[in-house]
Design a protein around this ligand. Structure first.
Ligand code: DQA
Length: 152
């Protein structure tokens, strides 16, 4: 089983970006922990970060169009969560189970963060758990994929 983890804009600045909100872990720190968890779960992991909406759409499409195919997505669309019909449509188009994750809890922040365009095309979501949320998202997605009626 192969899982693609996608990080949206400004997440490359984790560790120095508003640490009171997002913590001091860098994206590299989070990916080390994700790879360890993936090993425990016996799944392969690909990761991708972009500050560009179209690049994220292209990477989601490549999960089904290019080898190696992914079986599911963990995605933190970051600010695009609240704006991007294109990313939502890409998730729906590839029809892969996807799990939405946020370090902070957008529901408790500014009003414009309360809308998620991807929420209802995802099989689950995790928010407000910091870096641990990525590990929980990965485990939740793998459990979903391995559940009754799963393909893999
Ligand atoms: C975020 C929350 C978003 O509202 C914000 O735009 C981000 C990060 C999070 O992980 O908490 O960039 O997705």
């Amino acid at each position: 089983m192969r899982i693609l983890v996608i990080h949206g804009p400004n997440l490359n600045l984790l560790g120095r970006r508003e640490p009171a909100i997002y913590g001091y872990d860098t994206l590299a720190d989070i990916e080390v922990r994700l790879r360890a968890r993936a090993g425990e779960l016996a799944v392969d992991l690909d990761t991708f970060q972009s500050n560009h909406e179209g690049a994220i759409v292209d990477r989601i499409q490549a999960a089904v169009l290019a080898e190696p195919h992914a079986d599911g997505l963990v995605i933190n669309p970051a600010a695009y969560t609240h704006t991007s019909v294109a990313i939502r449509d890409a998730i729906a188009a590839v029809a892969l189970p996807a799990w939405e994750v946020h370090l902070s809890d957008p529901a408790t922040r500014e009003g414009f963060r309360r809308v998620s365009y991807v929420r209802d095309v995802c099989v689950g979501h995790t928010a407000g758990r910091g870096a641990d949320g990525y590990l929980e998202a990965l485990a939740g997605l793998v459990e979903h994929l391995r559940g009754p009626g799963a393909r893999t």
